[in-house]
Design a binder for this molecule. Structure first.
Ligand code: KG4
Ligand code: ZN
Length: 340
């Protein structure tokens, strides 16, 4: 069974093909980061227009890479939500039209569910149940993953996502968008000089809050005379506070659930400081931390094709060709395929 997976929820166009027996056959990705950089953030209208430009070419590339024809496909999975409505509509319209032309079923995929299970594309992957820390530019959540379609959101951000906080802080420090990785590099030159708050760390809930941290950065910048180390020391203090908050909540979640595997997904998962701190936290608990490789951490078509194949194998499919997307869609609304 071969499934074409299409990801267009934000600013990456991803197209991949996953086969039930052979695994991932191809994976094509185009990132729009350069397009949005000069605006300091994603411009939704530009994002949808760029998906339109790239999607056909990436699909041809994915078929070529897998040495397949359109007729070899058994289904088309596409990101139905959550995400930017215009971007989602491009992927959905393309998937439904192709599905109609080929007379094969389509599967609308939940973007965050795909992130949760992207780690399954790796040889070294956890078995259910596991905990997932989803940390990206749009999401910060801790999710208990009990099985395919069985998810419980244990905590999530009440305001900014952690990647968004990295990006906004980076912008305040004059770094180009998206500044998370650059801020992290700057932090390596910094010294412990400021003590930033760990938002929500002392609360029993597993929710996060990052908008206060960004405001704290702004206040320190306003109230500290400029010197050669100011920006790197702020970057150091910010990264430490942002990461430690994630580690505290992840530890609480591991302790509360007794689960022994934690996976980290989303762009912030590339942060080496976070990886090191999570490893140190998990060790005494006897827990293991798993990471998908960086290209599967960030948005990609492979995770959509993989999840589409899993759901198709369990009998789920959509034969309607109506184009619909869900820009807002909670993971808690998902059900295992057999219950639908
Ligand atoms: O998952 P992702 O590629 O896209 C979505 O948000 O959907 O995540 C991108 C986010 C950006 O906020 C970016 O600044 C952040 O991940 N990021 C990092 C690092 N690399 C990427 N944040 C901190 N440290 C990094 N090394
Ligand atoms: Zn994503």
């Amino acid at each position: 069974m071969k499934v074409l997976g299409i990801e267009t929820s934000c600013d990456e166009t991803g197209v991949a093909i996953y086969d039930e027996q052979q695994g991932l056959l191809s994976d094509q990705l185009y990132s729009q980061v350069a397009l949005h950089a000069s605006y300091g953030g994603v411009v939704p209208e530009l994002a949808s227009r760029d998906h339109i430009k790239k999607i056909t070419q990436l699909t041809s590339g994915a078929l070529e890479e897998a040495n397949l024809n359109l007729e070899d496909l058994n289904a088309i999975a596409y990101t139905e939500g959550p995400g930017l409505v215009g971007s989602l509509l491009v992927g959905a319209a393309f998937a439904k039209s192709l599905g109609f032309a080929l007379q094969i079923p389509t599967l609308g995929i939940h973007h965050m569910e795909a992130h949760l299970l992207a780690v399954m594309l790796e040889k070294k992957h956890p078995v259910f149940p596991f905990l997932a820390l989803l940390v990206s530019g749009g999401h910060t959540s801790l999710v208990a993953v009990k099985g395919l379609g069985c998810y419980e959101v244990l905590g999530e951000t009440l305001d900014d996502a952690v990647g968004e906080a990295f990006d906004k802080t980076a912008k305040l420090l004059g770094l180009p968008y998206p500044g998370g990785a650059a801020l992290s590099r700057l932090a390596e030159e910094g010294k412990p000089r400021f003590q930033f708050p760990r938002p929500m760390a002392d609360k029993p809930s597993l929710d996060f809050s990052y908008s206060g941290l960004k405001t704290h950065v702004l206040n320190v910048l306003r109230n500290t005379p400029m010197d050669a180390n100011l920006y790197s020391d702020i970057a150091f203090a910010f990264q430490e506070a942002a990461v430690e908050t994630l580690v505290i909540k992840a530890k609480k979640a591991l302790e509360q659930t007794g689960v022994k595997s934690l996976i980290v997904a989303g762009g912030v998962g590339a942060n080496q400081f976070l990886r090191e701190r999570l490893r140190m936290m998990a060790k005494p608990l006897g827990a293991s931390v798993f990471y998908p490789r960086p290209v599967y951490c960030t948005d990609n078509g492979a995770m959509v094709a993989y999840l589409g194949c899993q759901r198709l194998a369990r009998g789920e499919q959509d034969r309607s060709y109506a184009i619909q997307v869900k820009p807002r869609w909670s993971l808690n609304e998902l059900k295992p395929p057999s219950e639908e």
